[in-house]
Design a protein. Sequence first.
Length: 211
Amino acid sequence: MKLVLLGAPGAGKGTQAEIISEKYSIPTISTGNIIRAALKNGTEMGLKAKAYIDSGRLVPDDVVIGIIKERLAQDDCQNGFILDGFPRTIPQAEALDNMNIAIDAALSIEVSDREIVKRMSGRRVCEKCGASYHTEFKKPKSTGVCDACGGTLVIRKDDEPDTVLDRLDIYHKQTEPLKSYYKEQGKLINVEGQNKVEDTTTRVLAALSEI
């Protein structure tokens, strides 16, 4: 199965990607992770990306696509993969098509902006060990204290309401049009995100079983 995961930041794509990856024994290709791996391994495209990152610029599409292409050529992708965080724009989706990589489905996890803000602004992260909590869905035993190491729980800048709204705005302008792109190809699957992870998983796996 070759799958593209879509959804706003905080919709739960990463969690569902892990579950799908385990069930179907296919790797999750997260753009951020593979760029970091390409940098670490010093691949041709990784070195190109490093030049942009070192100068504080965004890595351009052709370099990101080159890194994706390098990753998809590896053996563990032969039976399929999950793309999480790519494509982000229609030109990136077109580039993927031009690489002759046939996507089976684009799965979009639908969560309202209001719910996203609620979810993300409630996130807390341990500044010592990085463990994640939530003020509503995954409370620590003691308020503001990490269960694992006793470190202080903090709110990341990415999870502050104003930052979340900015990220949602970018998502709606740049990435959401991909839903129409894949719908025209007959590949779009919409799944309503639920409050409980396991309820969303049930819907996701039911939808994928029909591909």
